[in-house]
Design a protein around this ligand. Structure first.
Ligand SMILES: Nc1ncnc2c1ncn2[C@@H]1O[C@H](COP(=O)(O)OP(=O)(O)O)[C@@H](O)[C@H]1O
Ligand SMILES: Cc1ncc(C[n+]2csc(CCOP(=O)(O)OP(=O)(O)O)c2C)c(N)n1
Ligand SMILES: [Mg+2]
Length: 319
């Protein structure tokens, strides 16, 4: 735990920034990294940009996660959006706000986590901004490149498509319940809440396989497939018999008396990818979990679970 040593106020803005950006890895595409008024880098094809904000108390707690976990999570959730466009992540910029009494070691360890996850994701930190603020807030903007492929949008699903996912479901939500009750195990679900395991490269794999529509699952399977259904104008049916209910979340379900299937269908923050494909084109390692319905069978663009409307709270919303 980073609870000792000088605070960021004691270190001061510019020495803090210098310590955060020291020795950041670069890549041949990046000609100007941190330290100037802007970063300069090449992209292959159109640029794809996405941003997500993580706020202390809303997306993480410093008492639940190490600084390194928070740094890794902030990169992972952002890169997942570039993956979900079928693009290749290239660079990211980091907005960091924090109270002056934050230990400087926390900020540095958070940056270490960002560097580690960036290395996994194949992306480089090229700049950012550091300010004071009431709680730790991390706003990352990630830039990707289309590199010869059309972006895979949310609106391309057509009747007859199969729906497939790559990644885990329900783990982070089970971890949230465990942490919320003051426990730290099962470790696997707690770790999943602290930082998702994004299948880097899987979005590109789906795009190369000709995926029709894609999204990353931040708010919950039913809720996020609902965005594909709405944008595409067709209903989606999830076949629960095809969903894995993994052993650690079964354990949490038994310990809490809660139904793990509610986390699988409704829990967010695992950032699995969900995509629709023409039958027979689903890439290796993707798991078919449902299909896009014909409007004659289901006229409204909605998400059904085993052919029925889903009667539970519809995923995470902020307000
Ligand atoms: N404050 C905002 N200003 C402009 N666009 C926004 C804002 N908030 C969200 N959006 C856009 O709305 C869409 C949905 O946002 P969100 O649900 O956060 O997507 P995701 O789950 O991919 O992060 C995205 O295209 C995002 O860029
Ligand atoms: C302290 C804490 N409380 C609650 C949650 C649960 N939670 C916060 S945000 C969120 C959903 C995803 O976040 P959002 O900002 O909506 O991401 P986006 O859809 O924009 O990618 C969930 C399940 C958490 N991770 N940590
Ligand atoms: Mg977002």
């Amino acid at each position: 735990m980073s609870s000792t040593g000088p605070t960021i106020a004691q270190v001061g803005e510019f020495p803090l920034i210098a310590s955060l950006v020291r020795d950041l890895p670069s890549s041949p595409a990046i000609s100007v990294g941190p330290g100037d008024d802007g970063a300069v880098f090449l992209v292959d094809g159109s640029a794809v940009v996405s941003t997500d904000v993580l706020v202390e108390g809303v997306h993480f707690r410093r008492s639940w996660s190490e600084a390194e976990d928070v740094g890794r999570k902030s990169v992972a959730v952002n890169v997942a959006d570039i993956e979900a466009m079928g693009a290749v992540p290239v660079a990211l910029v980091v907005g960091l706000s924090a109270p002056g009494d934050l230990p400087a070691s926390w900020a540095r360890e958070c940056m270490t986590g960002m560097r580690e996850e960036s290395a996994l994701a194949g992306v480089s930190v090229v700049g950012g901004d550091t300010t004071g603020g009431p709680v730790v807030t991390i706003s990352i903007t990630v830039i990707g490149q289309t590199a010869g492929l059309a972006p895979v949008r949310r609106d391309g699903a057509v009747p007859g498509d199969v729906v497939a996912i790559r990644g885990r479901l329900g783990w982070a939500a089970a971890g949230l319940v465990v942490l919320g009750r003051g426990f730290r195990s099962p470790r696997a679900v707690v770790d999943a809440q602290r930082c998702p395991e994004v299948a880097y490269g899987a979005g590109r794999q789906a795009a190369l396989a000709g995926a029709h529509a894609m999204i990353d699952l931040s708010d919950g399977l039913v809720a996020d497939l609902g965005h594909i259904a709405d944008a595409s104008g067709f209903a989606i049916d999830i076949d629960t018999a095809r969903l894995d209910v993994a052993e650690p979340i079964v354990t949490v379900g038994m310990a809490t008396g809660l139904d793990p299937m509610l986390w699988v269908l409704g829990g967010g923050e695992d950032h699995a990818l969900a995509a629709t494909f023409a039958p027979g084109t689903v890439p290796d390692d993707w798991q078919v979990i449902g299909r896009v319905l014909d409007p004659q069978d289901a006229p409204e663009p909605t998400v059904l679970v085993d052919g029925q409307p889903w009667e539970h709270p519809g995923g995470w919303t902020h307000f």
